[in-house]
Design a binder for this molecule. Structure first.
Ligand code: SAM
Length: 290
């Protein structure tokens, strides 16, 4: 176990900063994100071209190196060595929060294992932006990220989400959106859904309705842009089957009502018969040893 005090004392190694970047609107870059990107020794970027453009816009001249899905082991090891030598590094992805359906998790895990301080800046994220304006419950939710591309695996994943009561958040590519919605309608039933498209950009759109209404709406136009799907959780009331008494004998079950609920013999027997869905005389006979 180790405790990180992010702003007290002096870190003996460098600090790894997780810096979110805009998901479409450059004005969503925070003042702190710009400052950290200016101050660190290196920016580790998912795509150096995308990040250099961002840096140019905000007058950031920090060196940028590449850290992405296909070089994360080699690049990650180098970054950890630099952090151990005392260099401060910021990790960024193309858009939104690194590590959230983007590269980032492994470098954070390795940094934590080395007791390197990891400081996360709050900021842009498509999932939370979409959820908060969806009109669907926000108190409990499941972020699933991308479903599998393979249809069979996608079906298994949706089946596993079917009984969840929480609002579900998914990322989906425009090419697979119709197929995913149809499969979802088949497995979940026709629940409420919000499709958040092109968030923070000029063509931002929220499509709110049932899954079948969304399919109908999308049939009328070509599906373009980035989408985040917010799906209502399972609202069906399952029958409450509480067989707590199953471990008790009939006699113990009757005594339970007598002791715990101070019921008379007659009422306790009646309740046990109801719980077990058996005739009262059967409980009576067993209780009295007849
Ligand atoms: N790390 C990012 C974040 O924090 O939101 C997510 C990166 S993931 C590779 C990209 C997916 O996020 C897109 O395919 C889309 O589903 C969703 N997304 C990103 N930007 C979006 C936007 N402006 N509007 C709607 N969805 C967006």
């Amino acid at each position: 176990m180790w405790a990180q005090s992010s702003f007290k004392g002096i870190a003996t190694t460098g600090i790894l900063y997780i810096v979110p970047t805009p998901i479409g609107n450059l004005e969503d870059m925070t003042v702190r994100a710009v400052k950290i990107l200016q101050e660190v020794d290196l920016i580790a970027a998912e795509d150096t071209r995308v990040t250099r453009k961002l840096c140019n816009y905000f007058n950031i001249d920090t060196p940028v190196s590449s850290y992405h899905e296909h070089n994360k082991i080699i690049s990650g090891n180098k970054l950890i060595s630099m952090l151990l030598e005392g260099k401060n590094i910021a990790i960024v992805s193309d858009a939104g929060t690194p590590g959230i359906s983007d590269p980032g998790y492994e470098i954070v895990r390795d940094a934590v294992n080395e007791q390197i301080h990891v400081v996360s800046l709050p900021g842009c994220n498509a999932a939370i932006t979409a959820l908060s304006a969806s009109g669907l419950p926000t108190d409990n939710f499941i972020f699933f990220g991308f479903l599998s591309r393979n249809k069979k695996d996608k079906r298994i994943e949706l089946e596993s989400l079917k009984t969840a009561k929480q609002t579900i958040i998914l990322y989906e590519s425009p090419h697979r959106l119709k197929e995913t919605l149809s499969l979802m309608c088949e497995i979940f039933g026709n629940r409420r859904v919000t499709l958040a498209r092109e968030l923070t950009k000029i063509y931002e759109e929220y499509i709110r309705g049932t899954i079948s209404e969304a399919i109908e709406y999308l049939a009328k136009e070509s599906i373009k842009g980035e989408f985040c799907l917010i799906i209502e959780g399972n609202t069906s009331e399952e029958p409450h089957e509480d067989y707590w008494w199953e471990v008790l004998t009939v006699i113990e079950h009757v005594k339970h009502y007598q002791d715990k609920e101070q019921l008379s013999n007659k009422d306790a027997i009646k309740k046990v018969a109801m719980d077990r869905d058996i005739p009262k005389r059967e409980v009576y006979s067993e209780y009295h040893g007849l």
